[in-house]
Structures are given as C-alpha cells and as structure tokens.
Design a binder for this molecule. Structure first.
Ligand SMILES: Nc1ncnc2c1ncn2[C@@H]1O[C@H](COP(=O)(O)OP(=O)(O)OP(=O)(O)O)[C@@H](O)[C@H]1O
Ligand SMILES: [Mg+2]
Length: 483
C-alpha cells in the first residue's frame, strides 16, 4: 500500500514498477548514447538531452497502457467482490480494452447465471429433502454435520449443523459404523441402534459414502428410519394375539364341549339340543364382539400419537347413538332422554372415536341400568377439565358429556377398577349379563388420546353417572404436567 499512492490529476495509482519499466526500456538507448558520447560522436549534453527525450517519449507511450490496465484491474476486482461497478463510468478509450471489458462482462454474466441456477437448484433440493419423513444428514470427513433435512432438525434440534455426530448420538455402535465409512474401510453400513436423547428411540441407519464426483465438503450421507412405531405395532400385534387367544379359549372350550355332548349323550335329546344350540349361539356372539373390541382397542392404541383433527358436533353424535341403541333400550323398557345446552360448541376430535365412546357408555347405562327407567345424556360446556392423577389433561374450555342410569351404587373399589381390561363386576356376571369387559377400556383410551378426563359418581338414589370431559382443542399446552 505504501508504494501505491494516487496521482489525482492522472486518476492513476503511483506505481514503482511503471518507473522501473520505463528505465528498463531505455537501457539500450542509454548504452548507445553512452558509447556515442565516449567516442565523441555526440556531445555529452546532446546525449543527456536525447536520453531525457527518450524517457519522456517512453512514458508518454506507456502511461495510457498503464492507466487502462489499472482500470481493468479496478473493474475486475469490483466484480470479484460482487460490487456493482458501471463500466460506463470508466474513462477507457482503446478499443482493445473495451473488448476485454466486454469479454469479462460476458464471462461474469455467464457465471452469475450459473450461480443463480445452482442456488435455485439447491433451494429446491433442500425443499425436496425437507418433505421426506425420515431424517437425512450429510457429514464431512471429520464427522461434522454440514446439512440436515427438516425431519433431522425436528428430531435433534434446529442448531444441528456443524455439530459432530459423536456429540449428537450416544450410541457407540453407530459412531463406529460412521467412522468405518469415513475412513473408507467400508462403502456403506447398515445397523439398528438405540438412542436415549432427545427421546428413547430405536433407529435403523444407512450410512453411505458419497461418490468421488460430488466435489463438495460432504463425504457421506446418513439416513435414519424410526423403528419405534413399527416396534409398537409389533408389540400391539403380539398383545392382541395373546389377549385374543386367552379370551377365546373359554368360549371355544364351551362350544366344543357342547358339540361333543350333542354328538354323544344328547344325540337324540331334542330339548337339550335346543338349549345347547342357544348357548353356542351366545358364545359365538360373545367371541365376535370380543374380537371386534380387541381390534378396536388395537386401532385406538395405534392412533394414540396422531392428533385428532375432525370438527365434531356432539349433538349429532348423541342423536346417532340414541338411534343406534333405541331397540336395545326398548327391549329393557328404558327411555333415553338427552339435553344439550345451547352454548355447546363444536370440538376438535376424532369423530368416529367420540361416537364409539358415547355409544359404549350409553350401552352400559342401558345394560346395567334399572329396567323401566330413564337413561339421561346431558351435554354442557365447562371452563376447565377436572384435574387427574394419572391423565395428561388439557386445559381450557371443554365439553362435558354425562350419562346417567338408575341402579344400585357401585362401590368405590369397583369404580377404581372399571376401566381395567376384561374387568366385569361380579354381580353382573352372576346376573348373566353379557359383555367382554373391554367397553370402558376402549372409552378410556379414546379419552387419553383426546387429553380429556372421565369421572364416575354412583349412589343408590342418584344412580350412576359417567362424565366424559373433552377439550375444545385436544392438544395440551406444553407447560402442562401430569398431576
Ligand atoms: N353404567 C353402569 N352401571 C353399573 N355398572 C357398570 C356400568 N358400566 C359399566 N359397569 C360395570 O363395569 C364393567 C366393565 O364395563 P365395560 O363396558 O368395560 O365392559 P362390559 O360392558 O362388561 O362389556 P362390553 O362393553 O364389551 O359389552 C361392566 O361389566 C359392569 O360390571
Ligand atoms: Mg360395556
């Protein structure tokens, strides 16, 4: 910088190289003049004056070229810095320089267009990667994450880029597999591993070297697949098979026992045959409702992590349930009466599940209520759902649906067990009232999914009231804790 000072009147920078070049160019003339002066062919004064004239001439010749070069330098450096420098403002004259500027401009435009295209391409590539449901990450040679799609950022946090995989994953098996790929000991690795942070998860990883033609910093790609959900499905399937086979064993044993009797001892006994066939019919009906309820329970459990999103009109559902149960109610001489407050609003919920929930509770009220009495369904708005010790209950306004039937008081020990799977009160078993003991566990799972609550009140005079609370919006606020 010291060497470069601006000669304002010339609009060029002082350049020692330029002076050196002029001097260098005039060396041959200086030598010739020196020889001529030594041999007295020209006088020393003439020689000095001629040399001075040559210097002036050379400078006059080279100065414009130097000036053009400086302008070119200025222009190209401004382009290199991404500045907008207008070529029209440049005091350039020779045609050649203008042509050089033109070529530089053409080249600049070409690369600017290329950069725009690449930028657009990488934005659309990133958008495509963001739509993928599974996490995908790119890492450099040192194992630092240099790119991650939306699903990875959702799983590990927004600031995942530049973090080293050793800091992000707490699985040695996974880190060793990544290192094998980074050290080029293997081209690709596949493994199943567990992580404990940010949450317990079973993941399947595919780690692959990028082909050498991809010239960027990324040397490998890690794609992950969350196996937690499939594990859950597997567990549900095995639970279902275990439950179903256990519960189906009894009715099957009963049916095969009667078939055996009908084929042998009661072969010619018409009265026994009719009686036995009736029992077998009851048992098959029980088996089919058992299978239906177990399937229902599995389906609800599978939907537990999905947020309900239907706009549900409770009054309509109550009407549908009343209609569906009207025959059953009539057979017990029971009247279903409903009262829906005017201020009851629509809620966000899973419409089908809410129908199943109201139907199960109403079915119980008809089945276990006193015959020749009323079953009352009341729907009203409440400001808040009562707190629960075991459920994660949403806060804010909710719909309260209460279903009341007349009948003997349920003891508090029994109330505590009502939603257990396969639980049935002894007195109802003794009265031979049919049921699988799954209706209330199904109801509870639906309520849990909706972050609602269920209360049961029972008295000899007041009868039994099951009240379901469903939030207007089932997604709980983040600061909500189990209480
Ligand atoms: N409204 C009620 N009044 C009295 N007891 C009830 C009432 N609702 C449920 N119960 C008792 O709780 C038990 C469990 O009910 P749940 O609905 O889970 O099963 P279920 O009615 O026996 O079978 P399913 O619903 O499959 O027909 C019942 O067997 C019954 O003993
Ligand atoms: Mg029931």
């Amino acid at each position: 910088m010291k060497l470069k000072r601006r000669y304002k009147w010339l609009n060029i920078e002082r350049n020692n190289k330029f002076v050196n070049r002029i001097l260098f160019l005039s060396i041959p003339s200086a030598l010739v003049l020196l020889v001529l002066a030594i041999f007295n062919i020209v006088s020393p004064l003439i020689a000095v004056l001629t040399y001075a004239a040559i210097l002036v001439f050379n400078s006059a010749l080279l100065l414009p070229i130097n000036f053009e070069l400086q302008q070119l330098k200025k222009y190209t450096s401004s382009l290199a810095c991404g500045e907008d420098f207008d070529e029209k403002d440049m005091p350039i004259s020779p045609k050649e320089t203008k042509e050089i500027i033109k070529s530089i401009n053409a080249m600049h435009r070409f690369w600017a267009q290329k950069t725009d295209d690449l930028e657009a391409q990488s934005i659309s590539d990133a958008a495509v990667l963001d739509t993928l449901p599974d996490p995908i990450m790119m890492i450099d040679r040192a194992g630092n994450i240099i790119g991650a799609n939306l699903s990875s950022r959702n799983l590990f946090g927004r600031k995942i880029t530049d973090k080293n995989i050793e800091k992000l994953f707490d699985s040695n098996n996974f880190i060793e597999a990544v290192n094998r790929v980074l050290k080029k000991e293997s081209e690709a690795e596949n493994l199943i591993f567990y992580i404990h942070k940010p949450k317990e998860q079973k993941l399947y990883a595919h780690i692959k070297q990028l082909p050498w033609i991809s010239k960027g910093r990324a040397v490998a790609v890690i794609s992950l697949y969350d196996m937690t959900r499939s594990m859950k499905i597997e567990k549900m399937q095995s639970d279902f098979v275990a439950n179903a086979s256990h519960e189906l064993r009894t009715p099957l044993a009963i049916i095969s026992g009667f078939i055996e009797t009908l084929l042998t001892t009661a072969k010619d006994d018409a009265a026994a045959r009719e009686n036995f066939l009736k029992i077998m019919q009851d048992q098959t009906a029980y088996m089919s409702s058992l299978i239906e309820n177990l399937l229902s329970l599995s389906r609800i459990e599978l939907s537990m992590d999905d947020k309900p999103h239907d706009v549900v009109h409770i009054a309509k559902i109550v009407d549908e349930v009343k209609q569906a149960l009207s025959l059953k109610a009539k057979s017990r001489d029971i009247l279903i009466v409903s009262k829906i407050d005017d201020d009851v609003t629509d809620i966000i919920a899973d419409g089908q599940q809410i129908k199943q929930l109201i139907q199960n509770l109403s079915d119980n009220a008809i089945k276990y209520g006193l015959s020749q009495s009323d079953v009352a369904i009341k729907v009203k708005m409440v400001d808040d759902i009562p707190a629960s010790k075991s459920l994660n209950v949403a806060s804010g306004p909710a719909v309260a649906i209460s279903i009341t039937n007349k009948g003997p008081k349920i003891s508090s020990e029994n109330i505590a067990r009502l939603t257990e799977r396969f639980f049935r009160m002894q007195e109802h078993k003794d009265l031979n009232i049919k049921g699988t003991g799954l209706g209330l566990s199904i109801a509870k799972q639906i309520i849990v999914r909706h972050h609602g609550n269920l209360t049961v009140r029972s008295g000899n005079l007041s009868g039994t009231t099951f009240t379901v609370y469903l939030p207007k919006n089932p997604n709980p606020s983040p600061n909500l804790q189990d209480n």
